[in-house]
Ligand binder design. Structure first.
Ligand code: EPZ
Length: 426
């Protein structure tokens, strides 16, 4: 099992290319199911989850072809074609490894009139049910049955009528599934209190390129007029706002200066505002965001929230950074019930963090000492990398397969800006 070794204390400086967004790619890929024509995605990141989703699509009868990157992109080009589906079942052994597999539910019901998807089960950051996905589909006319760990959704007569649904809580995945189910419905669907994440805007824009009819994009009310069919398209995946924010925290904690090339500042206003409040210089340039941290960090009081609020996917990375702030910070995690798995590991490095309920008190400035630590989930792993970059001595991060799910070529990108970091196998 690969490990990553970091010898900390180096100031990062230089340019880091920002890859295509994992959480956009994972909702754009299932759009291939919605048409029998080719869907080509540009700027796809090289990530384990993207490869995993490609295998799932293959199991459903979708052909996938990967080519090199377009000159203007960092990521690969993948052309997918669901000329005819050979299955409408997403099996347990795939879904249990990647929760995002649930995102084939909506498009399969839309294209084939039915879908059978294994229940995802819990994961490290919470039990993460799919009840809102199912309630949205039911509101659109789907019949849902749960048997033996699988959920089966059927469109009576083969095509959903459409409907209206108000989400009781904001859910990114449930909004994505509902939108993909609605685009081929017989009638109109209105989704209220829908998630507004940039990845959902990317999904809607790709669906528009395929011939869908959606209004309210970027707002909490989406109106989708079903059409009879969608056609193929070529669409460029948006840059990864969480990867960019993660490297910004790495610059901040090392007192460094990084240009995040290809990042879209418009997608990460809350992250950039928090960095500025901490005393980090943020400068938006034509093709990059400059992050400069030269004179210490101020403590912050941050609460995660659905977009455009402060992203839950940035909480762990900020926590690592704030161990270097001159004072006590308070982080409150409002989205997931167990997203503090990084705290005990950061504590092993000397961090002084007290978790009470949903809030964590982070006392700074605490000297971080390198240590062997364990990655538990994707963003927790990145917080350990960020801490290791500033720690005295060597940090060994184990179970880096978590990292490989969401950070493309992490050690290469960090080596290129001065980090003493390497991956060791075995
Ligand atoms: C997406 O997960 C992201 N994953 C997550 O990123 C991200 O943390 C999350 O949205 C919130 O922004 C992908 O896009 C692949 P939710 P998702 O449905 O869709 C509850 C990362 O690190 N809920 O918005 O699963 C749920 O338990 C990953 O890149 C229900 O109760 O998140 C959670 O408390 C981690 N019932 C809250 O809603 C449901 O049916 C938000 O979950 C669905 C969700």
């Amino acid at each position: 099992m690969d490990r990553i070794l970091i010898r900390g204390g180096r100031r990062l400086a230089g340019r880091i290319p920002v890859s295509g967004a994992k959480n956009a790619a994972l909702t754009l890929m299932p759009c291939a199911l919605l048409t029998d024509e080719p869907l080509t995605l540009r700027n796809l990141p090289r990530l384990a989850d993207v490869d995993g989703f490609g295998h799932l699509l293959n199991q459903l009868g979708v052909s996938t072809m990967v080519e090199g990157a377009h000159p203007a992109d960092f990521g690969r080009v993948m052309t997918m074609r669901a000329q005819r589906l050979t299955s409408t079942i997403a099996p347990y052994d795939i879904v249990r490894k990647m929760r995002a597999s649930i995102l084939v539910l909506g498009p399969l019901v839309a294209r084939a009139g039915e879908a059978t998807v294994s229940l995802p089960g819990g994961c490290a950051i919470g039990n993460r049910p799919i009840d809102l996905h199912l309630k949205a589909l039911e509101a659109m006319g789907a019949e849902i049955e749960l048997t033996a760990g699988y959920v089966k959704a059927v469109a009576p007569g083969g095509r959903l009528p459409g409907g209206r649904y108000t989400f009781p809580v904001v859910s990114v995945g449930a909004t994505e599934n509902a939108v993909m189910a609605a685009v081929l419905a017989r009638g109109t669907t209105v989704l209220e209190n829908a998630a507004r994440e940039p990845e959902i805007v990317d999904l809607c824009n790709c669906l528009l390129a395929m011939g869908a009819s959606i209004t309210g994009i970027g707002t909490e009310t989406l109106t989708i007029d079903g059409v009879d069919r969608l056609h193929g398209a070529t669409y460029r995946v948006m840059p990864d706002r969480i990867e960019a924010g993660s490297y910004a925290c790495a610059a901040a904690i090392t007192g460094g200066s990084l240009e995040l090339v290809g990042a879209n500042a418009g997608d990460m206003r809350a992250t950039l505002a928090a960095l500025s409040e901490a005393g980090v210089k943020v400068e938006e340039r034509r093709d990059a965001i400059l992050i400069e941290a030269s004179n210490g960090l101020a403590p912050l009081n941050l609460s995660t929230a659905p977009y455009p609020g402060f992203a839950t996917d940035m909480q762990a990375q900020f926590m690592a950074m704030l161990t270097k702030a001159e004072g006590t910070s308070v982080l409150t995690e409002t989205i997931f019930e167990n997203r503090y798995m990084h705290v005990p590991e950061l504590a092993r490095m000397g961090a002084d963090i007290q978790v009470t309920g949903r809030s964590a008190l982070v006392r700074g400035v605490t000297p971080l000492i390198g240590a062997p630590v364990m990655a538990t989930d994707l963003r927790a792993s990145m917080s350990l990398i960020i801490a290791g970059l500033a720690a005295e001595g060597e940090t060994e991060v184990n179970r880096v397969y978590h990292l490989d799910r969401g950070y493309e070529r992490l050690e290469e990108k960090l080596q290129a800006v001065g980090a003493d970091i390497e991956r060791v196998g075995g």
